[in-house]
Design a protein around this ligand. Structure first.
Ligand SMILES: [Cu+2]
Length: 349
């Protein structure tokens, strides 16, 4: 039904255009070809001027309308740099945009066909060609240079003492892993991935025994402490989108990617700053990754070190969920099954 309407509308549009063209042809025959052409030319020149004025007012109006709807100040150190780069780019391109558009439409109006003026044939000028090639090339090189500089900073080595977090995307959720007290991520092997071991952790690696696995709950970060994200994916390409921090990085299966930044405002501070009691930092998927792409919205809580430590103290390593009998905080029951499981794990070590 929808296709039928689209075809009907397109056919109707074509017919109307065709009829108008035919009608104007008859009119020009009646009025005289030359006179009619000159008149159309005048109308077109005037319309171009109107287009320029309405267009510029439109640009200003859209800007005013959407001003308050952008995200507000960035909440990370790199975000400040990224925003600065964005505003410099917007400033330069805006000046070029206004100058070229005004020149384009004003010239079309001002130098429209006139009986008192003869067009001057001016096909080529090397100097002009060089000027309008070299100046944009230099401007773009500077802008791209900024981008590359920040890219290397963001994807380069994180400062010493940065918090490490693994962020894994899959259809359609985010999973997080902290390296635990030893600060080392245990080894993984994708073939070990199953319902009980979502990241494919190798339990024989002792570094895995204290790794904290989080799913379906917010990621916790510490304010003013750099965080180094090691990013991966299990199926298709996803993308870690952290709009409030102005950070973004593809999550690629089989190829870990990384980025680091320092959150500069706690969630509580952002609630105050935005005046929204329901404010949360969001992690989105910025890559169209399938039918449930929209549902890959996760949350991040930025808090003080004390709050983070208190939260972390409540988390249990995934290892203990898989081998409950090895959990030192669990009540000890010396059953036969328990002994067998312990022996099996000890054997695999
Ligand atoms: Cu995704």
């Amino acid at each position: 039904m929808e296709t039928f309407f689209i075809v009907a509308i397109l056919t109707l549009g074509f017919l109307i255009t065709f009829q108008i063209a035919k009608a104007s042809e008859y009119v020009s025959v009646i009025r005289g070809e030359e006179k009619s052409r000159k008149q159309t030319n005048k109308v077109n020149a005037f319309m171009l001027l109107i287009f320029l004025i309405v267009g510029l007012i439109g640009v200003y109006y859209c800007n005013e309308q959407l001003k308050g709807k952008i995200l507000g100040d960035p909440a990370s150190d790199h975000g400040v740099l990224i925003d600065r780069m964005l505003y410099i780019t917007i400033a330069i391109t805006f000046i070029v945009f206004v100058l070229t558009q005004v020149a384009l439409f004003w010239f079309s109006f001002k130098y429209q066909e006139s009986d008192n003026r003869k067009p001057y044939y001016y096909p080529h000028n090397n100097r002009l060609e060089v000027i309008w090639t070299v100046i944009p090339a230099i401007a773009l090189t500077v802008l791209v240079g900024f981008g590359i500089f920040y890219w290397f900073k963001i994807t380069g080595p994180a400062p010493k003492g940065a918090m490490e977090v693994e962020v894994i995307g899959s259809q359609f959720k985010w999973e997080f892993r902290y390296p635990g007290k030893d600060g080392i991520f245990g080894k993984k092997y994708y073939k070990k991935t199953d319902g009980n071991n979502p990241l494919g952790q190798l339990w024989e690696d002792p570094a895995n025994h204290d790794d904290i696995y989080i799913v379906g709950e917010p990621l916790h970060l510490v304010v003013n402490k750099p965080v180094h994200m090691i990013i991966g994916a299990k199926d298709v390409i996803h993308d870690v989108g952290l709009a409030h921090f102005r950070m973004k990085m593809d999550a690629v299966p089989g190829t870990p990617t990384r980025m680091w930044f320092t959150p500069t405002k706690t969630t509580k501070e952002m609630k105050k700053e935005t005046g929204r009691s329901d404010f949360v930092y969001e992690i989105s998927c910025d890559q169209m990754c399938g039918s449930g792409h929209w549902s890959m919205r996760g949350e991040i809580i930025v808090e003080t070190q004390e709050e983070f430590d208190a939260w972390m103290a409540q988390q249990k390593p995934k290892y203990y969920a898989v081998f409950p009998d090895r959990d030192p905080s669990a009540p000890k029951t010396d059953t036969a099954a328990n002994k067998t499981a312990t022996a099996a794990v000890a054997g695999s070590n």
